[in-house]
Ligand binder design. Structure first.
Ligand SMILES: C[S@@+](CC[C@H](N)C(=O)[O-])C[C@H]1O[C@@H](n2cnc3c(N)ncnc32)[C@H](O)[C@@H]1O
Length: 250
């Protein structure tokens, strides 16, 4: 039996993608869908945590849009090094630091908004650890604060339905890849990382129920292609995904 996917696997996967994520930040930047969501749900007065900020692809444009009270945190040290290098060009003085969503250094109720863009939340291995992350995110968010993130949606793309059907059969017969934790987990090659990547691909119900169980109310969810035809550069670098905008209710 192979060893389960652990945090080190995730750090290595993203370390190998730093160059590509840096290009994504400098050459592409914010998606039209992200711009809509951020302008709709954030206020310039908000204190914002950009979690899993990578090389600052969302952090720098948010600052430039007027959301200046923002901090970027990422698990992968090489991502933070790149973000700091880029800030020598963008000159925002944004604080970027290494940190783990499972164990945030911030106090209770410190933020009006937490963002986890480009499916980063789902690259936390195991439901148990993703639960730890959502509890942490809720802790640092004020009551009424907003949590914005994206996930894939395994029921949304017709071309993958037969793959997931086969996966279901494998899990039912205990024949799945033993590195994985739960049905929906995937190890695959991606467009951006040179190594294999781990990601959990949920369906809409899973995330909806997960948010409600953890004291959030779903304000809006949409699949990117339902509302936006992103430019080719965005599509080339990122597959379609589902946006989640949730309010911290308790
Ligand atoms: C798909 S990348 C997205 C980077 C950036 N937000 C963007 O949109 O270009 C996901 C990021 O989440 C980070 N990440 C994964 N697990 C994390 C964790 N437990 N805590 C903080 N960041 C994490 C990775 O290091 C990676 O930089």
């Amino acid at each position: 039996m192979m060893e389960k996917i652990k945090e080190m696997f995730i750090k290595n996967q993203y370390k190998s993608g730093v160059e590509s994520y840096t290009d994504f930040t400098t050459e592409v930047g914010l998606w039209a869908s992200e711009k809509y969501v951020f302008e709709q749900y954030l206020k310039p007065s908000f204190r914002i945590l950009d979690l899993g900020c990578g090389t600052g692809r969302t952090t720098f444009p948010l600052f430039q849009l007027g959301f200046k009270n923002i901090i970027g945190v990422d698990l992968t040290p090489e991502m933070i090094t790149s973000a700091k290098e880029l800030d020598k060009i963008y000159k925002t003085n944004i604080q970027f630091e290494v940190g783990n969503a499972l164990e945030l250094r911030f106090g209770k109720d410190e933020f009006d908004a937490v963002i986890f863009s480009f499916n980063g939340l789902m690259s936390i291995p195991s439901q148990m650890n993703r639960n730890r992350a959502i509890v942490e995110i809720k802790r640092v968010l004020k009551k009424g604060g907003v949590f914005i993130f994206t996930t894939h949606d395994r029921n949304q793309e017709a071309q993958f339905l037969s793959f997931w059907k086969e996966e279901k059969t494998k899990w039912n017969n205990a024949k799945q890849d033993t590195r994985l934790y739960e049905f929906g987990d995937l190890v695959t090659s991606s467009k951006n990382e040179k190594l294999q990547i781990y990601i959990h691909i949920p369906n809409k119900e899973e995330i909806n129920n997960w948010l409600i169980t953890n004291g959030f109310e779903v304000t809006e969810t949409f699949y990117r292609t339902e509302k936006f035809d992103e430019n080719q550069a965005v599509k080339d670098k990122s597959g379609a995904c589902r946006f989640w905008i949730a309010k911290n209710n308790t």
